[in-house]
Design a binder for this molecule. Structure first.
Ligand code: B12
Ligand code: SF4
Length: 567
């Protein structure tokens, strides 16, 4: 069956199976591994939109395939694929190594096909991307469904590329063109109409479940995300998805929200093929209390059995938390104060007091929140090694204040590997005390392939060097691990494994530093099996972050039935 478009998702570093790289605790708090195998949910939206327009689109998560099967030959696989156009996401900056290597392989075996890039980082770096001869087009913006359709039509009908909004492209003579960046929709009702159903249909059509799985372990733990908006109302200075970044880099003046009915529809669709947890992304209050109330009452009216994970960007009233609990009984809640220090929180864009934070935590537990995750971060303005230590002391205080309530889970991680390009911190480092160590796309690519995560950090601060970020991270995570044991939050055996992993990683980081200072690259290469063992160690935080279900599974029969009957 001919395919019109193949969308590929690359691993963070293409040859991660050959290179010696100590990843550090960079992906411990998200479902994907250090390969960052999760593809942007937008790929499913593009695929569904184009299918509705009559095109055949296939998604291939190369990163998951490479991670699951050590012998999987990605190049041979790409060689066998056939399509006139290949799309590669460079959405998260940390795919800049893998994405460009995959583009090179695609062009090597399919020189007649066009290669198109898209996503946030592609939008930011579109000029540099078009300097690579393997990349023909970049579609800019946070919403590319409609421009992509126009591009597909244009290629089919030999139309004029110059007319496609948001497209930057190189013509046959090598001249670069930049079309107007004007497609920034303020209504999302015609996208993501049935993207989950479309994924299920594609899995059956291509008989390829693995290529559609978002993370390696997804079949065991099928967590699914529901999006509420494009853009953000907040201005966290470390974030490449803040209101300011959207304005300056992605041309979006204000966020656009999906209708509450669309959010409820997604939930219903997911519940038909999975009873795994559903993560509703973004604080529902972003679009106002009315919007939040509408979403919550729709969820309450159309109850599903799945567990919900909800997010707060800032403290909430008890009344609001109670409504969350009524709509999503036994909900899990996430909030990220990032630092215990209200002064630091204010600088980074979370200007609330510790009293407000603690009030919210207490209220959430009172109204029946099943798990409450609180996130802290290392690498912030004004944060010294002592301040990081104080954050862990604050964790102790929180656990004590809430009497070691097992529902309260605290996490800390470094801001790594990159301070997001486009974030206020990256664009105005002097304002916040950041030092940007490299800015170019190619420099980021090289840095990602460094033997230790310390060297891929693209920043330091007035208060923390790269070395201090590494040391403070290991030390803080180790101490938090001990606190978890003290309050019985995780089994001792798991805590021990975690401690072993952290100590081995810290020691390995020092060893690599030493070998690099002697330029002993051969010895670093020889460390590969040992480094891999450390990278592959089970991560206690990941286990702790999973919603403990009575039983979680996919519902393949119901999914099929839903496809056939549409109900
Ligand atoms: C939801 C979200 C997540 C979800 C991911 C859900 C998913 N599968 O997409 C989770 C929580 C898992 C996550 C994880 C991470 N995230 Co995140 N995330 C977001 C968030 C809040 C919203 C993104 C969103 O809703 N997009 C809407 C969907 C529909 O669109 P989309 O996927 O972006 O796709 C559209 C366009 O981007 C484009 N597009 C995308 N791919 C392609 C490909 C082609 C070929 C084309 C043409 C177009 C195209 O077209 C799509 C459709 O219109 C943003 C912040 C924000 N305010 O936007 C951060 C954000 C994108 N994440 C970010 C980061 C750093 C991460 C992590 C690296 C964090 C970490 N260190 O752990 C990980 C990476 C995970 C991985 N890949 O394995 C940064 C990225 C900065 C940068 N430039 O690199 C952002 C901007 C802000 C932040 N700091 O959180 N994230
Ligand atoms: S980190 Fe802040 S600015 Fe970025 S998406 Fe989350 S709330 Fe919005």
């Amino acid at each position: 069956m001919p395919t019109d478009l193949i969308l590929l998702h690359a691993p963070s570093v293409y040859d991660f199976r050959k290179k010696t790289i100590l990843y550090g605790p960079v992906s411990d708090l998200i479902p994907p591994s250090y390969v960052f195998e999760m593809y942007p949910i937008g790929l499913t939206s593009i695929a569904e939109y184009l299918e509705r327009a009559g095109y055949r689109v296939r998604i291939v998560n190369l990163a998951v395939r490479m991670l699951r099967d050590r012998k999987f030959d990605a190049e041979a696989f790409i060689k066998r694929l056939k399509a006139p156009i290949f799309g590669i996401d460079l959405h998260w900056m940390l795919h800049c190594h893998g994405a460009i290597e995959v583009a090179k392989i695609v062009k090597k075996w399919h020189p007649e096909s066009k290669v198109i890039f898209g996503g946030f980082s592609s939008t930011y770096f579109y000029k540099e991307l078009l300097q690579y001869p393997e990349i023909d087009y970049v579609l800019r913006g946070d919403s590319t469904e409609e421009p992509f359709r126009q591009l597909m039509d244009c290629m089919k009908n030999k139309g004029e590329l110059g007319k496609i909004p948001n497209l930057a492209w190189r013509d046959n003579q090598g001249t670069i063109h930049e079309n107007e960046f004007c497609h920034v929709p303020t209504d999302l009702s015609d996208v993501m109409v049935n993207h989950y159903g479309n994924v299920v249909r594609s899995v059956i059509r291509y008989r390829d479940l693995i290529s559609y799985t978002p993370v390696k372990d997804w079949l065991r733990y099928p967590i699914t995300a529901v999006l509420t908006c494009r853009g953000c109302t907040q201005n966290c200075i470390i974030c490449g998805g803040s209101a300011a970044t959207f304005r300056h880099c992605y041309n979006r003046q204000k966020p656009v929200f999906r209708p509450p009915e669309a959010v409820a529809r997604d939930v219903r669709q997911i519940s038909r093929f999975s009873n795994g947890p559903i993560f509703i992304l973004g604080d529902l209050r972003q679009a106002g209390e009315d919007y939040a109330s509408q979403v919550l009452s729709l969820l309450q009216k159309n109850r599903v059995k799945n567990q919900f994970v909800l997010e707060l960007f800032y403290p909430a009233s008890k009344d609001f938390l109670r409504r969350m609990s009524l709509a999503c009984p036994g909900f899990c809640l996430e909030i990220s104060p990032e630092s215990h220090d209200p002064e630091i929180r204010k600088i980074i864009g979370r200007p609330y007091s510790s009293q407000e934070l603690e009030q919210t935590l207490g209220d959430a537990l009172d109204v029946g929140c099943r798990r409450l995750d609180v996130f802290f971060m290392i690498g912030l303005p004004r944060q010294t090694p002592q301040s990081v230590t104080d954050t862990i002391d604050y964790c102790d205080h929180l656990l004590e204040r809430f009497k070691g309530d097992k529902r309260l889970s605290l996490f800390i991680s470094p801001l790594a590997p990159f301070l997001d390009p486009g974030s206020l911190g990256f664009e105005h480092p002097e304002r916040y005390g950041y030092h940007i160590l490299f800015r170019k796309l190619e420099e980021h690519r090289q840095a990602l392939a460094s033997p230790s995560w310390k060297y891929s950090l693209n920043y330091e601060t007035d208060w923390l060097t790269r070395q201090q970020i590494v040391d403070a991270s290991y030390e803080a995570i180790l101490r938090l691990n001990q606190l978890r044991v003290k309050y019985g939050a995780i089994p001792e055996r798991l805590a021990k494994i975690s401690e072993q992993r952290l100590r081995a990683a810290w020691e390995m980081a020092r060893r690599i530093d030493d070998l690099l200072s002697k330029n002993n690259i051969e010895e670093i290469d020889r460390l590969k099996p040992e480094v891999d063992r450390i990278n592959m160690f089970p991560v206690a935080e990941k286990i702790q972050l999973e919603v403990p279900p009575p039983f979680i599974k996919l519902k393949p029969l119901q999914a099929l039935c839903y496809l056939v009957t549409g109900r």
